[in-house]
Design a protein around this ligand. Sequence first.
Ligand SMILES: [Zn+2]
Length: 87
Amino acid sequence: MGFTLREVSRSSSGITRRKGQSGRAVVVECAICGAKVPRDKAVEKRRRSLRLDRNLRELLREKGAKLHGVSRILYYCISCAKHRKYI
Ligand SMILES: [Zn+2]
């Protein structure tokens, strides 16, 4: 098996920054402090926001309904992500 563990865990922090492409990186805003960070440097978190009551949601799940939440992607700057222990 040519599967090495080292190659998988290369970006354990969730940050994938390639220096060659950093010049034209898309800038995103940190969800907490509003700092402008390049997207490849920011820490990405997917949040599912479903505006439903919790009881209603469980009732729907019991009936077999599939719930599609709107998945938002939030970006955090390095310091906020570290502070919240996302990395
Ligand atoms: Zn921040």
